[in-house]
Design a protein around this ligand. Structure first.
Ligand code: G6P
Length: 368
């Protein structure tokens, strides 16, 4: 029952712990042993083949999920993809290339700007409209041509957690389906991706097991006023989401930057009072990230690094390292979100804020 906190002190923590289960529910009936079951997009999935462009529109945490999807869609399906916040999209003239899919992301399906963007898009020349949404009875679902439900169950904590990771799961399903229908994925590659997806609930469960260790780290944030999150590639939107979570519930000012932009401004803010948080990817960007982190360390910044053992990070002076499980690269944005959710949760508890009902914020922004 979603309205029962059970053994948990806050809904947010309960919802973080529910993620293995709800990600499994999001995958249920959508994958076979070796491919995506395209019937999950409705009876007629022919539109997948016709897509030549994608416009993603969303707000808040859902917007960050869209930013991750851009990396997946362009990488796997070789299709141009733009991502925009709904409040900007709805008030400008948008150029729409032929055969563009209009894709909205929303936990509630009631966000005023996202709905207005959809209504505008329906008057324009899109191929079709698809909503990835958590609430089956929502206005967004009713008004979109197609829907892929995230199946996360009711989310009560204002800071979105399980809705985000299930959106990412649904977006990865969508990206693989489009890539495959467009002939961009070999059967073998599709099978490998689907096999990775099957392991996702177990990986997320393993990441949650770091809870106690992350709780200890959170104590270091009790007196901080600022924090800087760094990421590269699809870990950049995860850094943005980590910074959003921290500011929403702990009221610590937090910013996120693509690590490569460090020298273009944020480095000026770094001194011994500034914590820098990063989730390390295990790919060719790792060395570049490490050299960015050295620059931060050289200026006295205190590093908080989450990464798999394979990344080679270790605990050292000024470096707080927390191990998270190794996962296939494609899944890193989903699994690496977990330590940042736990970090912001525990920091908020240390600071004594109202975790589930942060000041000035609403679960769903239904008026402009
Ligand atoms: C509010 C919520 C956020 C959410 C955003 C978009 O700001 O507090 O958690 O990400 O709205 O909501 P949606 O329901 O459209 O995903």
């Amino acid at each position: 029952d979603a309205s029962d906190k059970g053994e948990f002190r806050h809904y947010m923590l309960k919802e973080i712990y529910e993620q293995p289960k709800v990600i499994a529910a999001c995958l249920e009936g959508r994958i076979s042993d070796d491919r995506i079951l395209t019937s999950c997009f409705g009876a007629d999935s022919a539109f997948l083949k016709d897509i030549e462009n994608i416009h993603i529109v969303a707000c808040g945490t859902s917007y960050h999920a869209g930013m991750v999807a851009k990396y997946w869609i362009e990488d796997l399906a070789n299709i141009p993809c733009t991502v925009e916040v709904a409040s900007e999209y709805r008030y400008r003239k948008v150029a729409i290339p032929k055969n563009t899919l209009f894709l909205t992301l929303s936990q509630s399906g009631e966000t005023a700007d996202t709905l207005a963007a959809l209504r505008m898009a329906k008057e324009l020349n899109y191929l079709t409209t698809l909503a990835i949404c958590n609430v089956p009875s929502s206005t967004l679902v009713r008004e979109s041509d197609l829907t892929l439900l995230t199946n996360a169950g009711a989310e009560i904590g204002v800071a979105s957690t399980k809705a985000f990771t299930t959106q990412l799961t649904a977006l990865l399903i969508t990206s693989i389906a489009i890539a495959s229908e467009k002939g961009e994925l070999s059967a073998e590659k599709q099978k490998a991706l689907v096999t990775a997806l099957r392991s996702l609930p177990a990986y997320v469960d393993a990441a949650i097991k770091q809870d106690e260790a992350i709780k200890l780290v959170s104590e270091q944030f009790a007196n901080k006023h600022n924090a800087l999150f760094l990421g590269r590639g699809p870990m950049f939107p995860i850094a943005l989401e980590g910074a959003l979570k921290l500011k929403e519930i702990s009221y610590i000012h937090a910013e996120a930057y693509p690590a490569g932009e460090l020298k273009h401004g944020p480095l000026a803010l770094v001194d011994e009072t500034m914590p820098i948080i990063t989730v390390a990817p295990n790919n060719q960007m790792l060395d570049k990230l490490k050299s960015n982190l050295q620059e931060v360390r050289a200026r006295g910044g205190e590093l908080f690094v989450f990464g798999a053992k394979e990344t080679g990070f270790e605990q050292a002076e000024g470096i707080h390292y927390n191990e998270i499980p190794w996962v296939e690269e494609i899944l890193e944005p989903i699994v690496h979100t977990i330590p940042l959710q736990l970090l912001s949760y525990h920091v908020a508890v240390v600071k004594g804020t109202d975790v589930d009902q942060p000041r000035n914020l609403a679960k769903s922004v239904t008026v402009e």
